[in-house]
Write a protein that binds this ligand. Structure first.
Ligand code: SAH
Ligand code: SF4
Length: 388
């Protein structure tokens, strides 16, 4: 072999190694896996606890910022490919109402959308929303709307995310990372500031069940956001609802009801053919209920489709038969390009709410937030330029 050939072989081998050098994201791993990671470096479990503190409480972006670690440990960790990999905010759109919509970079050069609503969305109030002894806080009910998938496979006819189809699931680190990236940007102190999380961004959480629940556990046990401040919304994935009921740690549940009978629901949410309304309500009813557990029924009002007075009466009957403690959240449909529905008339929204309340159903109207920047419900579409 000539010297030249030899050199080429050495370079090839180096390039192959470099190409194979997979980075190993740490953000998103539970303590147990962090413990395994440091054990690989010959370290005791307390180093993992230090790392967890740095990742989930101090929100470091680099291993060099883990101040409790000696420099050598940082270098050792990096040499085997470990890196923090906290998702980063790549772009910000700010609404006149204070809502901020972010494009957050995840691996593969893709982005997900996350929304910050400084005053919540006006839907179901928090249990302790009453102006009691609350200390002066910066935000009363700041809410972060979190995505669980890039795109969605469910194909609801009124939803812009549906138009994307499903691109991929997010990892637990990417789901929890959206929350931490936003908390960090907003200068939030968990424990001091009250934060609500709604898993109502892009995607169907129950079709990415394991990563979604891993993220929830991480946010509760490591980031210290109480599960009582979290709500997950599902389009009605029956096996997901059944599993969810068995979880020790779980957010509150919201069901996207969106229609008063199966026929209308099938036309707007074709997934109804697979799991009709009665089955979904029965599964929710069968969930072991915790004290103060209330189910939210989301109802997107589509002009002329599901906003008539007889629909309101059907909803009352449906929820009476189901006999579930819960609320209805009315959402005025947000229009989007290429979707052939119309918004309900304001007086119809008002009439619908009044009818439900008269029928004994607690009903709130969710204020559209950030409509001018396409951050409102169902408008999270991966079109970076569209809202600028
Ligand atoms: N995939 C889950 C969670 C994300 S969608 C689900 O469907 O429940 C969050 C909420 O936004 C759902 O209640 C959905 O019905 C609603 N939504 C979707 N598109 C909308 C639109 N264009 N206008 C208003 N609400 C919409
Ligand atoms: Fe998916 Fe929810 Fe949109 Fe339906 S409403 S397509 S489930 S994101």
């Amino acid at each position: 072999m000539t010297g030249e050939e030899n050199l080429v072989q050495v370079l090839d081998a180096q390039m192959a190694r470099a190409a194979q050098r997979v980075t190993r994201p740490l953000f998103g791993l539970p303590l147990q896996q962090l413990t395994a990671a440091v054990a690989e470096l010959g370290q005791k479990p307390y180093r993992a606890r230090q790392l967890a503190q740095a990742l989930y409480r101090d929100w470091v972006e680099n291993l060099a910022d883990v101040t409790t670690w000696p420099k050598k440990l940082q270098i050792d960790a990096e040499s085997v490919g470990f890196e923090v990999n906290l998702p980063r905010i790549a772009q910000v759109f700010t609404s006149v109402d204070g809502t901020e919509r972010y494009l957050i970079s995840v691996s593969g050069g893709q982005t997900v959308e996350t929304v910050w609503m400084p005053d919540g969305d006006g839907g179901v109030p928090d249990e302790d929303d009453e102006p009691t002894m609350r200390p002066p806080q910066i935000y009363r009910r700041a809410t972060i709307c979190v995505s669980s998938q890039i795109g969605c496979a469910v194909n609801c006819q009124f939803c812009l995310t549906a138009k994307l189809g499903i691109e991929r699931n997010l990892t637990a680190g990417e789901i929890a990372g959206q929350v931490v990236a936003v908390l960090k940007r907003q200068g939030i102190k968990v424990g001091r500031d009250r934060i609500n999380l709604v898993f109502m961004g892009m995607g169907e959480p129950f079709l990415n069940y394991d990563a979604f629940m891993d993220a929830v556990r991480l946010l509760v046990t490591e980031v210290h956001i109480p599960e009582s401040r979290m709500t997950v919304s599902t389009s009605g994935i029956l096996p997901g609802i059944e599993r969810f009921g068995m979880e020790a740690i779980r957010p509150k549940l919201a069901l996207s009801l969106n229609a008063s009978n199966n026929e209308v629901r099938e036309s707007v949410m074709p997934i109804t053919r697979k799991w009709p309304i009665e089955q979904l309500l029965a599964a929710i009813k069968a969930m072991p209920r915790r004290p103060r557990d209330r189910v939210t029924f989301e109802y997107v009002l589509l002009g002329g489709v599901n906003d008539r007075i007889e629909h309101a009466d059907e909803v009352i009957q449906l929820l009476r038969r189901a006999n579930l403690p819960g609320y209805v959240n009315l959402i005025v449909w947000n229009p989007g390009p290429g979707i052939a529905y119309r918004q309900p008339e304001p007086e119809d929204v008002d009439r619908f709410q009044k009818r439900l309340i008269a029928g004994g159903v607690a009903t709130f109207i969710r204020r559209p937030r950030g409509r001018d920047i396409y951050a409102a419900c169902g408008q999270l579409k991966k079109t970076a330029g569209s809202a600028a």
